[in-house]
Design a binder for this molecule. Structure first.
Ligand code: ZN
Length: 274
């Protein structure tokens, strides 16, 4: 795992002599060319890099064409939610207006805001009807995400409002950076954890996903062609607040930290809406 203290930034547009622009979307659109260039580039990070200020980072893919989010994708979370196991991925979206960087404040719009630690996938190549066996080659990388959820709006009937209830401003922090799949020990099985004020709320591993990352790429791309920069929130394990007895929701002053092995940590401080 890269520590923020040790990480250093290089401006790709500058280092590539203008071969690649400063816009992240453009990099995903040219991901094969970019990774090919990066593999051969001789960059002296110690001399030419600048220190990372995590508070200044945005999400790794800030303006994706499409955002997918998957519900009930861990058996223990389906169990705690009192729902059955899905036969196909339960899919909704988080609108891009909810995207934010890895560290900052979380404004609480209501008294029933909940946490959901999630592995987030960013797509690196157009993917239409891709088989699971080939799926990892369509993934640009992995990052850490929080699928913050306003449970009252989300579960208001008669049909649930998953997408709306999970898209308040700041409800989709991601980062602190994108890690390519070859950089983690096992991209199919990474430890995932959520802590509130230091207390462990969720602790699992992505190897327990009902629909793995390759399964999700196969299932989603069988319907919708995936495009470079698209974001997939893969679902959360057990330990959310709404399923606790008694239920527990976020309150002003709470500090939420979300960590995935080999990638890094998100950190939000909850603040009241004014
Ligand atoms: Zn979720």
């Amino acid at each position: 795992m890269i520590s923020p203290d040790a990480a250093r930034l290089v401006d790709v547009a500058e280092a590539s002599g203008g071969l690649f622009g400063p816009d992240p979307r453009g990099l995903y659109d040219a991901w094969d060319e970019f990774t090919g260039w990066a593999a051969g580039a001789s960059i002296d990070f110690a001399a030419d890099g600048t220190p990372v200020v995590v508070e200044e980072l945005g999400p790794p893919s800030p303006d994706p064409r499409q955002v997918f989010a998957i519900g009930l994708n861990y058996r223990d979370h389906a169990d705690e939610s009192g729902m059955g196991y899905p036969d196909s991925p339960a899919t909704f979206t988080k609108w891009v207006g909810s995207f934010t960087g890895p560290v900052g404040d979380l404004v609480l719009p209501a008294a029933t805001v909940d946490w959901e630690a999630e592995l987030v996938v960013v797509i690196g190549r157009r993917a239409a009807r891709v088989a699971a066996a080939d799926a990892w080659s369509y993934v640009a990388g992995l990052t850490v995400g929080q699928d913050y959820s306003e449970r009252t709006l989300q579960l208001a009937g008669p049909a649930p409002q998953f997408s709306l209830g999970k898209s308040f401003p700041g409800f989709a922090p991601q980062g602190p950076w994108l890690v390519t799949p070859d950089e983690v020990a096992d991209p199919d099985n990474l430890a995932i954890e959520c802590r509130i004020n230091g207390e462990i709320m969720q602790k699992s591993a992505t190897g327990r996903l009902i629909f793995s990352v390759p399964d999700l790429v196969e299932r989603l791309s069988s319907v919708v062609p995936l495009t470079p920069g698209d974001v997939i929130f893969t679902g959360t394990p057990a330990g959310v607040g709404g399923a606790r007895k008694p239920a527990r929701f976020l309150k002003a002053g709470d500090v939420v930290e979300t960590t995935i092995e080999g990638i890094g940590t998100l950190r939000q401080v909850c603040v009241p809406a004014n």
